[in-house]
Ligand binder design. Sequence first.
Ligand code: C2O
Ligand code: CU
Ligand code: CU
Length: 460
Amino acid sequence: NAGSSGNLIGMGHMMGGTRTIVLGESGQEMTALRLPELAEPDSESETEITYTVTAQAGETAFLEGEKTQTLGYNGSYLGPVLVVQEGQQVHIKTENQLSEATSFHWHGLKLPSDMDGGPHHPVGPDETMQVDFTVKQEAATLWFHPHALGTTAEQVYAGLAGLIFVEDDNSDQLDLPKDYGVNDFPLIVQDRTFDADNQFDYAGTYSPDGTYGDTLLVNGTINPYVEVKNELIRLRLVNGSNARNYTFRLQDGAVFQQIASDGGFLEAPVALTSVTLTPGERAEIVVDLSGYAKGDTVKLMDGNATVLALKVTEETDVQPALPEILNEIPESATDGAAVQQFTLSGMSFMVNINGNQFDMNRIDTLQNLNETVIWEVHNAQDMMGSMAHPFHIHGVQFQVLSRDGAEPPENEQGWKDTVAVYPGETVRLAVTFSEKGTFMYHCHILEHEDNGMMGQVSVQ
Ligand code: C2O
Ligand code: CU
Ligand code: CU
């Protein structure tokens, strides 16, 4: 499937040469975008909701011919969307039907650390684990994926990833596209390589600096399209790839609006012609199709690869407008705050934070509950080379204070749980934990995480 005219973004430069795996036009026919199902709750009231999430093996048809052996939640590939409301008590019965241990990590949720599903909470084959928490955060598009020690990259690659939509009064009241599958689409963007038998070739393409694929999958669809009206279309972009960065743009260079970052709505829509997401990051964007007519196709691209074709198949006269104000984001109280330094360095199997590789029995840093600490994250350029590291912290939504001393771009001035730190760069974050316990922080290039680019903060 490798095309000749691919893009070369986010590649690691390593001693001994540069690996290049390009994303090409797949050459496959356009297929209707697969839409993750909205999970059917086991029970539901205004104040409580109960779901079952089962990790299972299956087979998925991506290509003509042979099906692909995959993993999924409540299905063969990826998983359902868990919709929860701020203030609601959530109960999730997690179940492992795989032949190896996994865990269920809720990326972006502020929950007690014993519910967080990190490497301390493996769920063995045929075991279950009960997860209970109250939603104490605002509307956002979050996701969940496995996080067992050393196997995260491989299990995510095989298909384990699902979505969480947090809703609240603000998201209910905002006049935004919210008709799921009609003008509101999640896009889980991943890259994979298939072997000659249509199987995922993880082993054959593995790189300790992040495994790249040559074929784009969006919600598990190759070369997808959606049929839409010429109205405002909301796309919830999720970089669910092991390692690849994406720079999303419209093919004609048109402006779109970013309305949300990882942890919630931005204060106001931010007009952009491109947005870059590193692994783990999310962005909700709104594309205005009112200038197009029936029969037109608008393409969302990454470099020369098509991410999604929006086919206008129906016209409407409703003049679309986005709300001018989306959210109120308090400024973090950082006056006199302590500063904690985190230096990301090394490459390949030597990646580390502050010179240390992950040790489950070592606490790397302490922080007080509800105290705001400035995390100064530096990406050291060293002899071994360097690459961008997406830095993720469990159990919080933080604010980006600065990039190399300068104000962060407008679309990074909302809540974040993952932030790109480029070679040589220093990024300052305001980090406040509202739950006690031991939380992970790590590079979200999943092979780096598995190779030990991860530490633990104990919040007391
Ligand atoms: Cu999305 Cu610790 O991970
Ligand atoms: Cu996480
Ligand atoms: Cu990294």
